[in-house]
Design a binder for this molecule. Structure first.
Ligand SMILES: NC(=O)c1ccc[n+]([C@@H]2O[C@H](COP(=O)([O-])OP(=O)(O)OC[C@H]3O[C@@H](n4cnc5c(N)ncnc54)[C@H](OP(=O)(O)O)[C@@H]3O)[C@@H](O)[C@H]2O)c1
Length: 257
């Protein structure tokens, strides 16, 4: 895939992976639509993006709000008269405490990580189906592999996204719409800066975005990285459930100390 002249939406472009993707993609001379709630940060990127040869439309939008997402997509069509692709990257990760179940954290997590993607699919799929082209890349996570202790809401929100996009992939292939699941391992961003546990094979944001863009250019259906975490989580997925439970129990006893 060539990004030249293409209209590409990136959600969650005010920080971390989304921001770096926006800056990297801007070198490809495309029309970038950057979406987040902190519009002031998106506007700060304007100069750099234009210097790199791309156009910018910055939109303030809470992706968990269906109406705001509808309005955002309408604004893109109004400005550029087309949409070629979307990288649905907005995401949240809240700290969960041991044995203190709080459903409001689940609601807040799914509102962004799952419904933030569903709301865009609702607007973009009919457009892409009609024009018989387009790509939608959802940033899920290698954390979708299993229900890791103390990350249940995050893991299940990502597993839900993975499963949804996987099912849509086959449905939309006949319409020449490519639906892509992107599964990063740990990447150094403001989201992971808050973590107080070891993050094996933590990657630099630039390196992570290079892999994502390379995968998109090659029209890959699934992008997973780094290979070490892909291997480990793949293994965890395949071991018997009782073995996984043993590892999870051990991990919990270490964390409680
Ligand atoms: N970092 C990692 O190790 C890692 C690993 C696997 C997957 N991921 C996934 O990668 C994606 C990006 O994560 P990151 O690490 O770059 O995190 P980050 O630096 O915290 O960035 C999160 C982005 O999501 C946006 N966002 C949050 N709530 C939103 C809402 N209601 N509406 C619109 N935008 C919203 C934020 O923008 P505003 O606050 O301005 O709205 C921000 O731009 C997430 O989906 C995350 O789950 C990250």
């Amino acid at each position: 895939m060539n990004f030249w002249g293409k209209v590409i939406i990136i959600t969650g472009a005010s920080s971390g992976i989304g921001k770096e993707l926006a800056l990297s993609l801007s070198k490809e001379k495309c029309k970038l639509v950057l979406i987040a709630r902190r519009i002031e940060i998106l506007n700060e990127l304007k100069q750099e993006i234009e210097n790199n040869g791309s156009e910018l439309l910055a939109i303030k939008c809470d992706v968990s709000d269906k109406e705001q997402v509808k309005y955002s997509v309408e604004s893109v069509i109004k400005k550029f008269n087309q949409i070629d692709g979307a990288i649905l990257n907005s995401g949240v990760s809240y700290k969960q405490s041991f044995s203190n179940f709080d459903s409001t954290i689940a609601e807040k997590t799914f509102a962004v990580n799952y419904f933030g993607i569903v709301n865009f699919l609702n607007e973009l799929l009919p457009i892409f189906k009609k024009q018989r082209s387009g790509f939608i890349a959802g940033i899920t996570s290698l954390a979708d592999a299993r229900g890791f202790p103390v990350s249940g809401f995050y893991c299940s929100s990502k597993a839900a996204v993975t499963s949804l996009l996987e099912s849509l992939k086959a449905e939309y292939k006949p319409f020449n719409v490519n639906i892509i699941n992107i599964h990063p391992g740990f990447v150094k961003t403001p989201m992971t800066d808050k973590n107080d546990f070891p993050m094996p094979f933590l990657m630099d944001t630039k390196e992570a975005c290079k892999i994502i863009l390379k995968g998109l250019k090659k029209n890959k259906g699934i992008i997973k990285f780094p290979w070490q975490m892909t291997f480990l989580t793949g293994l965890l997925k395949r071991i018997p459930d009782s073995w996984f439970q043993y590892i999870a129990d051990k991990r919990m006893s270490v964390r409680k100390k």
